[in-house]
Ligand binder design. Structure first.
Ligand code: TRP
Length: 334
C-alpha cells in the first residue's frame, strides 16, 4: 500500500520569510521525501478561509498568490495532486455527512473556538460573540479534507495536531456505526518548522507588521533586512549569536562554512551588525532571485494557474467521487 500524505494551505497571499521557512520549505521537503514511496496531496483550503475573510477579491487574489508561490518554488503539479478545495464539491458533501457522527461536545473543545470564547470572556462580551458556524464546524471540514482521500499522514505544525486527532475520532465513530470505510489518519509534526523572528525580534507575522517579504521587489526586501532591530554593540565587540540576523541567516544560507563564519564573527567579535545584514540580504537574493522571477511570470498568467488547478481537481475528483458514492451507500442515501 502506498502512503498518502496530505496538507492544506489557507490562502493567505504572498508569503513572507516566516511562512517560507516555517511552512513552505518543510512542506516541499516532505513532498519530495514522500514522492518516493507514496502520493502527495497539497490543496488550497479556500473554504476554510471563508469563516474569517469576507473580502471576495482578496480571497481570490490570495489563492492565486499561494498557487504561484508553490509552483515558483518547485512544486511539480504532474507529480503532486495540487488542487483547490472548492473545486472538489464532494468534500462539502462529506462534511455534511460527517457532521452527523460528530459530537457537539468534541467541537466545543476545539482550540480555535475556545480561544475566541476566552477572548470574549476577557472582554466581558457574550461568549459566542463573533463565532460563526464556519468557525465552529472548521474541524469537520478539515476532517472531510483528510478522510476523503484515505490519507495516512498529515504533516502539521503543533497548532493543528488537535484537528488531525478530531479527524481520527470522527473517522472512528463513522466506522463504528457503518463499518470500516474511512482510513484513520496520523499527524506528523513538521520537523524543522522553525519559528523565525521578525524585524523587531518577535515572531514574524503579518499582524505584527514585522515581516520580510520574499516575493516583492528585491530592494524592499533588502530595506527590510536593514531595519532588523539589534542592540548597539560595536563591530569589534563579541555578540550573542542568538540574534535575529543570525537566526534568519542559519535558516536561509545553505553553505555551512558561511553560516559558521557569521557565527564566529559574532561570538569572537569583529563582525558588525551592518555587515551581517548585508550577508543575510545577499543570501536571500541568491536563494530567491529565480523563484521571484518565476512567481512574477506565473502571476501574469492566471489562465495557466487556472489550468493547473483544474488539472489537479480532475485527478482527485475521480477518487473523491468513488469515495463519496461508497459513503452514500453505507449511510443509506443511495
Ligand atoms: N487548518 C489548517 C491551517 O490552518 C489548514 C487545513 C485545512 C489543513 N484542511 C487541512 C491542513 C487538512 C492539513 C490537512 O493551517
Amino acid at each position: 500500500m502506498t502512503t498518502r500524505i496530505l496538507t492544506g494551505i489557507k490562502p493567505t497571499g504572498r508569503p513572507h520569510l516566516g511562512n517560507f521557512v516555517g511552512m513552505i520549505q518543510p512542506t516541499l521537503q516532505l513532498i519530495k521525501d514522500t514522492a518516493k514511496e507514496g502520493e502527495a496531496y497539497v490543496f488550497i483550503a479556500n473554504y476554510h478561509a471563508l469563516n474569517q475573510d469576507k473580502d471576495a477579491a482578496q480571497i481570490r487574489k490570495n489563492t492565486y498568490e499561494v498557487v504561484a508561490t508553490f509552483l515558483a518554488l518547485g512544486l511539480d503539479p504532474e507529480k503532486v495532486n495540487f488542487y483547490k478545495q472548492s473545486d472538489v464539491p464532494e468534500i462539502t458533501e462529506l462534511t455534511s455527512i460527517l457532521s452527523n457522527v460528530t459530537p457537539k461536545g468534541l467541537m466545543n473543545r476545539s482550540h480555535a473556538y475556545k480561544a475566541q470564547r476566552d477572548r470574549n470572556e476577557e472582554l466581558g462580551k457574550e461568549l459566542d460573540d463573533g463565532v460563526n458556524m464556519g468557525l465552529f464546524n472548521y474541524p469537520i471540514l478539515m476532517a472531510a479534507d483528510i478522510l476523503m482521500f484515505d490519507t495516512n499522514i498529515v504533516p502539521v505544525g503543533k497548532d493543528q495536531i488537535q484537528h488531525v486527532e478530531f479527524a481520527r475520532d470522527i473517522a472512528g465513530s463513522f466506522n463504528h456505526i457503518y463499518g470500516e470505510v474511512l482510513t484513520l489518519p496520523e499527524f506528523r509534526i513538521k520537523e524543522d518548522a522553525a519559528t523565525v523572528p521578525g524585524l523587531d525580534g518577535r515572531k514574524m507575522s503579518k499582524s505584527y507588521n514585522n515581516t520580510i517579504p520574499v516575493f516583492e521587489d528585491p530592494k524592499a526586501m533588502r530595506k527590510a533586512v536593514m531595519r532588523i532591530v539589534t542592540d548597539s554593540k560595536l563591530p569589534e565587540e563579541p555578540k550573542d549569536p542568538d540574534n535575529t540576523i543570525f537566526q534568519l541567516y542559519k535558516e536561509v544560507e545553505k553553505d555551512s562554512a558561511k553560516v559558521k563564519a557569521m557565527y564566529d564573527g559574532f561570538v569572537n567579535g569583529g563582525l558588525g551588525y551592518g555587515d551581517a545584514k548585508k550577508m543575510l540580504a545577499d543570501s536571500l537574493d541568491d536563494m530567491l532571485a529565480e523563484p521571484r522571477k518565476k512567481f512574477e511570470e506565473l502571476m501574469a498568467n492566471k489562465k495557466y494557474l487556472d489550468e493547473v488547478m483544474q488539472m489537479g481537481a480532475q485527478k482527485v475528483r475521480k477518487q473523491a467521487m468513488k469515495k463519496i458514492s461508497k459513503v452514500r451507500r453505507k449511510v443509506g442515501l443511495d
